[in-house]
Design a protein around this ligand. Structure first.
Ligand SMILES: *Cc1c(COP(=O)(O)O)cnc(C)c1O
Length: 230
């Protein structure tokens, strides 16, 4: 089932990119494997997927040693500062940096381990109370402050659009994030290159591709419904 689902998702990404006159290679599909067993992850791996997303540090730490070492793990969930030390050196990118204190902790741990951590700044574009992320108007300050820290590379922005049945309703949020990203890039901040835009989930990843996503994070559409946890 995973293999068939993946093929369908990849086809839709290709079609959405074609509509937007973008090369499909510009979009990396992150298979969001949270709550799913390593057997299913292995199936996706065997079908060619190398980028996987998880939102819980403990689950990620359990899965990493059981799976091939060329997997690029993406931390996409809210992150507590006391868990940062487990992630640094293990994940390809942290998509959910939403405060300077968290960025500082990542920096501290990166310096300690003599490495550089790629991060995205999570923006709460829709201003939902229930969501993490900085406000659009606070983005520049956090981008500047995080970029000035050693051991961190700010690679772009991430957002989660409000839950909806209609993918068209996400378009405005994706477009806003893209515009914010272009705006940040135009400021020529040292150590900042806004090359990544992480947006779009099962319900709206095609819209996200049309609006410039470079990472789409698809869980349910690949692995099926989750029985617990969001
Ligand atoms: C769970 C999750 C996803 C994937 O959601 P689906 O709707 O199952 O595709 C994407 N991004 C984040 C941040 C998530 O927590």
């Amino acid at each position: 089932m995973v293999r068939e689902n993946l093929k369908a998702v990849q086809e839709k990404i290709g079609q959405a990119c074609a509509r937007a006159h973008r090369p499909a290679e510009d979009v990396t599909l992150i298979a969001v494997s949270k709550t799913k067993p390593v057997e299913m992850i292995r199936e996706a791996y065997e079908a060619g997927i190398r980028d996987f997303g998880e939102n819980k540090v403990q689950e990620l730490m359990d899965k990493i040693p059981q799976l091939p070492s060329d997997i690029r793990w993406h931390m996409i969930g809210h992150l507590q500062r006391n868990k940062v030390k487990y992630l640094v050196g293990k994940v390809a990118m942290i998509h959910s940096v939403d405060s300077l204190r968290l960025a500082e902790e990542i920096s501290r741990e990166a310096v300690k381990q003599d490495t550089t951590v790629k991060i995205l700044i999570e923006v709460n574009v829709a201003g939902e109370e229930s969501k993490f992320g900085v406000k659009p108007e606070e983005t520049e300050a956090l981008v500047r402050a995080a970029a000035a820290l050693p051991g961190i590379r700010v690679c772009g922005l991430m957002t989660i659009a409000p839950i909806t049945q209609d993918p068209e309703s996400s378009r405005i949020f994706f477009r806003t994030l893209k515009n914010l990203s272009v705006d940040m890039e135009g400021k020529n901040i040292d150590n900042v290159h806004m090359v990544c835009l992480s947006m779009g989930m099962t319900g709206d990843y095609e819209t996200a591709c049309e609006e410039g996503a470079t990472f789409v994070r698809v869980g349910t559409g690949i692995f099926g419904e989750r029985s617990w946890q969001i």
